[in-house]
Design a protein around this ligand. Structure first.
Ligand code: ZN
Length: 407
């Protein structure tokens, strides 16, 4: 199963002293390039979805492509929503296969950042989704991303980091120790002493934003001091632009598809270089073997409605669909009634949760609890519920006595 629990994936990297790349994708060319590199290097990979990259792109169209890329991958994949503008947007992403989220709160003061992040953690953890917190400010340098990260660097405070992690319950922490978003001029000076102290105090995977432009030695020292996730985009943007310029010269800029030719290969080469440098290359098999897979669960509820006419039952079913659909982590809800008049159960909801954790937690959601107590239970006290997960694919020839069907 190629989608794996992001917390498991980064814990593995943290324990084994390597870093997983979280590569931003802004188009199908980037998505293809990142996945080509991961397959080639046999590396776990995080597909990093940054909200602000998509101001002119319909994310509802894009995410199915990301899910499809992960579903057909042979290497472990996690999907992360980065720099989300709100918890609502993060919930939408969770409902669409993201299994890691980070809400933008580092620009707020400590108390506000802690409160917002804590709420994000409560919501995401109820869905089994990991949360990245951020403390300190990683500003934007020239070029790509700069305008989205105004201000000067604020180094992560060692004193605040421990309290922040304890109060919020975040799974990973992004820290500011000298890197910058965007196209950095010269070699950034990194505060390794601060990093070392934060790592010793927290002992959770640390995250670097603004991963572009560091030397091999700088990456090595970051990883040796607890950095298990590196966000990386500006360099990918630059190799894509370079390729477009080459294509323009070769093609006289006449054909749009000609301009975009081989961007996927240019992106793949840079991503693979990072995977080999950061030690994630060759780790795919052990991550797949040791980390939980990430798969939606189908939750089937069958019941009868008594003491209510057909019009009332229709309203109750519609209300149930509305309440269930609004619970974070619910991907979709099918409401149905039996075709046969003599069916043992006449009504059903087939609820698709993003993760099996929801099976235990959705009934505690206040909206559902109120609907269940005040409405549903008064007309339907007996219900059958069954939860289904996707079966692992096996070939018939692997089972004694079953012959593979001949074409
Ligand atoms: Zn960032």
């Amino acid at each position: 199963m190629p989608l794996v629990d992001m917390k498991d994936m980064l814990q593995h990297a943290y324990r084994h002293g390597y870093a997983v790349g979280a590569f931003d994708f802004v188009s199908l060319d980037f998505l293809e390039g990142i996945m080509m590199a991961a397959e080639n290097a046999r590396a776990p990979v995080i597909l990093n979805l940054v909200e602000s990259h998509f101001s002119s792109t319909d994310i509802e169209l894009l995410i199915p492509a990301v899910e499809a890329a992960a579903a057909r991958a042979l290497v472990p994949v996690a999907i992360h929503l980065d720099h989300s503008a709100s918890i609502d947007n993060a919930v939408k992403a969770i409902n669409r296969s993201c299994n890691g989220v980070k809400v933008d709160a580092a620009h707020m003061d400590f108390t506000e950042n802690t409160q917002l992040t804590k709420t994000m953690v409560e919501t995401a953890h109820a869905c089994g989704v990991a949360v990245e917190g951020e403390l300190g400010c990683v500003p934007g340098a020239d070029g790509e991303n700069a305008e989205r990260h105004p201000g000067d660097i604020t180094y992560t405070s060692l004193a605040e980091a421990k309290a922040y992690v304890e109060r919020t319950g975040v799974d990973f922490l992004a820290i500011a120790i000298g890197t910058m978003h965007g196209d950095v001029k010269g070699k950034p000076k990194l505060d390794y002493q601060r990093l070392k102290q934060i790592n010793e105090k927290l002992a959770i995977p640390l995250v670097i934003h603004g991963g572009t432009g560091l030397s091999d030695d700088q990456y090595r020292r970051l990883i040796a001091n607890g950095v298990a996730k590196i966000n990386y985009f500006t360099a990918l943007s630059k190799v894509a632009v370079k390729k477009i310029k080459e294509n323009t010269r070769a093609d006289n800029g006449c054909a749009y598809t000609g301009l975009l030719k081989d961007i996927n290969h240019a992106v793949a080469a840079e991503v693979e270089r990072c995977m080999r440098m950061w030690g994630s290359a060759g780790r795919a098999a052990e991550v797949l073997a040791q980390c939980d897979s990430w798969a939606p669960v189908e939750h089937l509820v069958m019941f009868n409605i008594e003491g209510m006419d057909k019009a009332g039952a229709d309203i109750l079913m519609a209300e149930g669909q509305r309440v269930l659909s609004a619970i974070p982590g619910v991907r979709e809800v099918f409401s149905g009634e039996a075709i046969q008049d003599n069916a043992k159960y006449h009504y059903t909801w087939l609820v698709r949760f993003c993760h099996s954790k929801l099976v235990d937690s959705y009934q505690q959601h206040p909206a559902y609890a109120a609907f269940n107590t005040k409405l549903l239970r008064t007309v339907s006290d007996k219900r059958v519920t069954i939860d289904f997960q996707t079966m692992q694919a096996r070939t018939a020839s692997a089972v004694p006595g079953i012959q593979q069907a001949q074409a």
